[in-house]
Design a protein around this ligand. Structure first.
Ligand code: ATP
Ligand code: TZE
Ligand code: MG
Length: 272
């Protein structure tokens, strides 16, 4: 059975997010911190980049959603991430894991495994990262993907079933699955992977949408669709990666439910 998610459905979720202005506690990497905060503000959320171990649990308890990104790890950060994820679990606060470059080193794999045990609501990565997580193996070229989202369908479904979580794989066409349903989200622009940390910022946007929705699969699709729409719009005026980054934040800020009405409905395919 296939149902759909229309542009109006996505617009309604964007409106809800902006009304709620969710506080997104972000433990993200040094590269992403500033751009991710600006992206979250542009979409209508309230970012806080708080990563000291001494306050991570307390802050996560205040937040509407939590983002944990392993991009620039060190032991103190990992302990803070474990504290924040544990606190999010205790408070039924949704949280997103971004497993940056998880296939690259044993330290990343071990740290990601500890975080997976704490049950993220959503895992968002590129194809190489999702394949590495699902197969507990190697993959990718540092933080960049060497695979396409279509190569990661089986891995994403298997990981979603094993973790009882939503898994999102981003690429030219994004994939979202909770192990029972599968959605393909087109959109975006080829300059997006040429701007660092746009994927990291997207994981924060997914967290913001989760805070305002009961269904994490639908919330994730809405986040990806809004991001893709803003990316397509920014690509119309950008001269290259530098001006794209600026145009993209402006496009996210200008995005409104009316502009989303023209989007093709997304098919929610049942895997049962
Ligand atoms: N070739 C492409 N065409 C259109 N959109 C793309 C393309 N590649 C990636 N995107 C979009 O870029 C955004 C970021 O996804 P990407 O897969 O680059 O994340 P990532 O590899 O984790 O990024 P980073 O590690 O730099 O933060 C997503 O919205 C995705 O849809
Ligand atoms: C470039 C880079 N290095 C570590 S994290 C990061 C941001 C993109 O994932
Ligand atoms: Mg990434």
């Amino acid at each position: 059975m296939t149902t759909t998610l229309t542009g109006a459905d996505i617009g309604a979720r964007l409106t809800r997010l902006r009304q709620a202005a969710p506080l997104v506690h972000s433990l993200t990497n040094y590269v992403a911190m500033n751009s991710a905060a600006n992206v979250l503000l542009a979409v209508g959320a309230s970012p806080a980049m708080v990563h000291a171990r001494e306050e991570a649990a307390e802050f996560a308890a205040l937040a509407d959603a939590v983002l944990i990104n392993i991009g620039t790890l060190s032991p103190h950060w990992v302990e803070a991430m474990v504290e924040a994820a544990t606190s999010a679990g205790e408070h039924q606060t949704p949280w997103v894991l971004d497993p940056v470059a998880v296939g690259a080193t044993a330290y990343r794999r071990e740290s990601a495994a500890r975080l997976l045990d704490l049950r993220p609501s959503v895992i968002r990565g590129n194809a190489s990262e999702i394949i590495a997580l699902a197969e507990d193996g190697l993959g990718g070229r540092g933080v960049d993907s060497t695979a396409a989202s279509d190569d990661a369908v089986q891995a994403a479904v298997a990981l979603a079933r094993r973790q009882e979580a939503v898994v999102a794989v981003t690429d030219e066409v994004d994939l979202v699955t909770d192990g029972r349903r599968l959605v393909r989200v087109p959109g975006g622009h080829p300059l997006m992977p040429r701007v660092t940390a746009l994927g990291c910022a997207l994981s924060g946007v997914v967290a913001a949408f989760l805070a305002a929705d009961q269904d994490p699969l639908v919330a994730t699709c809405a986040a990806l669709a809004c991001y893709g729409e803003a990316g397509s719009r920014a690509g119309r005026t950008a001269q290259g990666p530098g001006s794209f980054a600026v145009a993209f934040v402006d496009a996210l800020h200008q995005l409104n439910p009316e502009t989303l009405l023209r989007r093709e409905p997304l098919a929610i395919e049942s895997l049962d």
